[in-house]
Design a protein around this ligand. Structure first.
Ligand code: NDP
Length: 400
């Protein structure tokens, strides 16, 4: 079918690349390009001989638009799948525009010097992508990603109007370390130490970090504490789900994680303000990242399951209705299959599926679009086929 250029070769990219290689009919050829080429070469070596997908590798600094354009012109991919960091979203979108190539990512742009993530920067490319006749699919991971597909599916098949969405992200995995993050520590800590917020009656309601706590009994995991966070899909779902009154996002955290995080915050280690250390400027959070376990190293040690999904409340045929869509994923099974734990797996699989939707033309809508703006049905089928089968319930316990 075609060729994908995958930028980044970290935890999420490694899963997406394994999945592309399982899906050689669609991904006949992939080029893996990242800052450290040796990581791309090591993955190529591991996968070659196990797949019909032809793999090439390249070195690229994705902060540099000219380098990206030169690489895209050389590789000539049908789509660019951005699995580097959110800081690179705009440079990669610029290069896609210049070369008229479709774009897919899993996280919205965030300037490196302010921990503020929102869609305005990427939505500002809408008209230019429309004019160029190319599609940008934003947020094709799990959350954002599958949570948006679930919302579109619920609206299409189960409701006339959705009024309330609670997104519940539970990681019941245990990696045995006192403190580690399941994906890029810098991005993860920026996200969880920010103020919380939710959408209600047409506006944002801001909370202190971890101010709102609930308990929930997750299938496959058990009872967990979960905390309200700001999360990027709330912003797009608030626009794209007509009749919505409230959207909240909750994530589970264990007490040990929170105690460590508080201590690191209190001593200034999570700050993104540069400081001088022995004559050199360093960013405390980046230094912390360097001393924490690499998320990729958690794979062989993590046991337990994740359970991520959305509880919808709304109206069907004039009656109140409740509906829960969720996926349960097992850390050890993911590791057996692709050598990564479930947090990377649940993001990398939808990234591959999003790239497949655009490459096969099933999703083709010039402009810049969030995932819930597309027909959810082929994506929902692909989740079942490619390792993230979903479950549904018409009588879930609600979050107060
Ligand atoms: P990692 O840190 O493991 O990987 C990031 C990769 O990007 C590394 O290979 C890194 O290269 C590469 N990279 C960083 N900067 C550049 C650059 N300037 N030029 C080229 N390559 C670069 O991160 P993850 O795999 O954990 O996360 C990847 C993305 O997935 C992030 O944007 C994250 O926010 C998103 N994510 C989305 C989720 C969702 O559900 N939607 C959930 C989890 C993550 P090198 O190693 O050489 O530095």
């Amino acid at each position: 079918m075609g060729k994908a250029l995958i930028i980044g070769c970290g935890g999420v990219a490694s899963v997406a690349i394994h999945k592309c290689c399982q899906n050689s009919e669609v991904f006949e050829e992939i080029c893996i390009a990242s800052r450290t080429k040796s990581k791309c070469d090591a993955l190529k070596e591991k996968l070659e001989g196990t797949t019909k997908t032809k793999i090439t590798t390249a070195k690229v600094d994705a902060d540099n638009v000219d380098e990206l354009i030169a690489l895209i012109e050389e590789v000539k991919p049908d789509v660019v799948l951005n699995l580097a960091l959110p800081y690179q979203d705009l440079t990669i979108m610029d290069a896609c525009l210049a070369t008229k190539t479709h774009y897919i990512d899993t996280a919205n742009y965030e300037p490196e010097d302010t921990a503020k993530f929102e869609y305005c920067w990427q939505w500002a490319y809408k008209e230019r992508f429309e004019k160029a006749g190319i599609t940008a699919l934003l947020g094709s991971g799990f959350d954002p990603g599958v949570t948006g597909v679930f919302s579109a599916y619920a609206l299409k098949h189960e409701f006339d109007e959705i009024n309330y969405i609670d997104i519940l992200d539970c990681n019941g995995g245990d990696h045995g370390y006192p403190f580690a993050t399941n994906f890029n520590p810098e991005i993860n800590i920026r996200e969880v130490s920010a103020k919380g917020s939710y959408w209600e009656d047409g506006h944002w309601v801001e909370t202190e970090p971890m101010e709102i706590k609930r308990e929930y009994n997750f299938e496959g995991v058990g009872m967990k504490d979960m905390y309200l966070l700001h999360h990027e899909e709330i912003e797009s779902l608030a626009l794209n789900i007509p009749g919505i009154k409230r959207i909240r996002f909750f994530m589970t955290f264990g007490q040990s994680y929170l105690t460590h995080l508080k201590c690191l915050e209190n001593v200034g280690m999570t700050s993104i303000e540069p400081i001088m250390y022995e004559g050199k400027e360093i960013v405390p959070l980046q230094f912390l990242k360097a001393v924490l376990p690499d998320p990729a190293s958690l794979g062989p040690r993590t046991k337990g399951k994740t359970n991520i999904g959305c509880i919808f409340r709304g109206k069907k045929d004039g009656k109140d209705k409740t509906y829960y869509l969720y996926n349960i994923c097992d850390h050890e099974e993911c590791y057996k299959e692709v050598g990564s734990q479930a947090v990377a797996y649940t993001t990398g699989v939808p990234a591959m599926i999003g790239a497949m939707m655009v490459m096969t033309g099933k999703w083709n809508k010039p402009g810049v679009h969030n995932i819930e703006e597309f027909d959810p049905d082929p994506f929902m089928d692909a989740l079942n086929k490619w390792g993230l089968p979903w479950k549904e319930s018409y009588n879930p316990v609600l979050v107060d």
